[in-house]
Design a protein around this ligand. Structure first.
Ligand code: NAD
Ligand code: LMR
Length: 338
């Protein structure tokens, strides 16, 4: 018969695996949506003791789904066991925002979790482990994880703003009545919060006879500079209001997009948004996790440099940076209190 050489499995950790995003994300990972249809996976699931029984139920369902790519499943409440040999860590564990809560309210609950899990990852994960923080406040949790896991290369620690990026693509495609895959190169700058700046000044749309800038195609600067921006900024809150739960399937899908593009690369000529440790690009001070446009190749991201920034953009980029500096201060004060 035909000799098929199977790839070595990749071990993926999902924390908060008994939660809503976990429930949407785990089958995507096991079906190859995150790492490709020929990439076997081992899934490690972590949650806390009160969720242990539910977590075990999710494990049973993963077994019952008979996924061809899924080589093993570990369900545990032990963070050391969960982190053992992990190649990709998707950090979803934490407390989500409920209707009426500001993101700052979730801060103190979550940053101490990220401090503790940083050490476990540092000590037990594979040395080249790639980390994606999803749990809010995502940028600041990722920053805390980075600061308390100094031996993990800082380029390996990222946070999710791909959901916001995809939301921006979705709004533009709805407005232009084109398919979402015919719009590219939007940018999310800054924080995964209502101060984020969704920027379409470099975005392009495919037309019947070529390409056009999104600004020209929409030809409505007023909508682009106001309603579009606030719709994307507020989308998380709008979903919470509608579902009484925060977004889950779109968040899970975005997490897969983020890891897939990071590991397998972004298509030529296009970029995506990722929350990464600022290197000072675009005048954004180092010391915060900030969403930038990035391209990825051979498992490494790089910030897209040299884009022209107009005055309105500059203001909005600085405002979201300022919020991240404030969140950082607040996070450290929460850590001192605990
Ligand atoms: P959820 O409450 O349904 O699930 C969270 C899970 O985390 C729960 O099962 C909980 O038991 C578990 N958990 C709590 N503390 C933990 C710990 N110390 N270790 C491991 N697990 C722990 O919440 P959800 O709707 O799945 O959302 C998860 C997180 O993702 C929230 O913080 C939410 O705000 C955030 N979120 C981020 C984005 C984004 O785009 N970055 C989008 C949507 C949601
Ligand atoms: C989202 O963007 O859907 C989540 O981060 C929910 C929130 O708290 O805004």
């Amino acid at each position: 018969g035909l000799l098929v050489i199977e790839k070595e499995p990749v071990t993926v950790l999902v924390t908060g695996a008994a939660g809503q995003i976990g429930y949407a994300l785990l089958p995507m990972i096991a079906r190859g949506v995150m790492l490709g249809p020929d990439q076997p996976v081992i899934i490690h699931m972590l949650d806390i003791e009160p969720a242990a029984e539910a977590l075990n139920g999710v494990k049973m369902e993963l077994i019952d789904a008979a996924f061809p790519l899924l080589k093993d499943v570990v369900a545990t409440t032990d963070v050391v066991e969960a982190c053992q040999g992990v190649n990709i860590a998707v950090m979803v564990g934490g407390f989500p925002r409920k209707e009426g809560m500001e993101r700052k309210d979730v801060m103190s609950k979550n940053v101490s979790i990220y401090k503790a899990q940083a050490s476990a990852l540092e000590q037990h994960a594979a040395p080249d482990c790639k980390v994606l923080v999803v749990a809010n406040p995502a940028n600041t949790n990722a920053l805390i994880l980075k600061e308390f896991a100094p031996s993990i290369p800082e380029k390996n620690i990222t946070c999710l703003t791909r959901l916001d990026h995809n939301r921006a693509l979705g709004q533009i495609s709805e407005k232009l009545n084109v398919h979402v895959s015919d719009v590219w190169n939007v940018i999310i700058w800054g924080n995964h919060s209502s101060t984020q700046y969704p920027d379409i000044n470099h975005a392009t749309v495919k037309t019947t006879n070529g390409e056009k800038s999104v600004r020209d195609a929409i030809a409505n600067d007023n909508w682009l500079n106001t309603e579009f921006i606030t719709t994307v900024q507020q989308r998380g809150a709008t979903i919470i209001k509608a579902r009484k739960l925060s977004s889950a399937l779109s968040a899970a899908s975005a997490a897969c997009d983020h890891i897939r593009d990071w590991v397998l690369g972004t298509p030529k000529g296009t970029w995506v948004s990722m929350g990464v440790y600022s290197d000072g690009s675009y005048g954004i001070q180092p010391g915060i996790m900030y969403s930038f446009p990035v391209t990825c190749e051979k498992g490494q991201w790089s910030i897209v440099n040299g884009l022209k920034i107009d005055e309105l953009s500059r203001e909005k980029m600085d405002a979201t940076a300022k919020e991240l500096m404030d969140e950082k201060t607040l996070a450290y004060s929460c850590l001192i209190d605990d």
